[in-house]
Design a binder for this molecule. Sequence first.
Ligand code: MG
Length: 160
Amino acid sequence: MDIRIGHGYDVHRLAEGLRLVVGGVEIEHTKGCVAHSDGDVAIHAICDALLGALALGDIGKLFPDTSAEFKGIDSRLLLRRVCELVASRGYSISNVDCTIALQRPKLRPHIDTMRERLSECMGISVDRISVKATTTEGLGFEGDEAGISAHAVALLRGNE
Ligand code: MG
């Protein structure tokens, strides 16, 4: 059986007055992400995990931040395209697991909505999508509320 694993990591700077979009969900907050796209770190990390599993590079390579086509783009569209690429290569997504590090606000109330949005976008069931959130106990750039980060892993299986 052909099994592939991939890992993704993403960081965005936070600044006052911008939108905060995480896992496909817009979250009420005073700060948001500085980014070419909507700055969704969770989706970017998941995209990179999926691409990494197939050694297809990363989202920066697929969707250059110099391209006007991707300016302010809803990252769910990028994830959808990555999932289409995975399918076109003959693989199915077994599961993804994503951890988001953000000091404030608490993400817990939004986690299940994120999983549902990701499920719709990826075409796999919610029970194959894990999203977790943590603070960094006030340490590092996340703790200083200067940025947000996310890690993700993905497991793919070959369809034969
Ligand atoms: Mg990013």
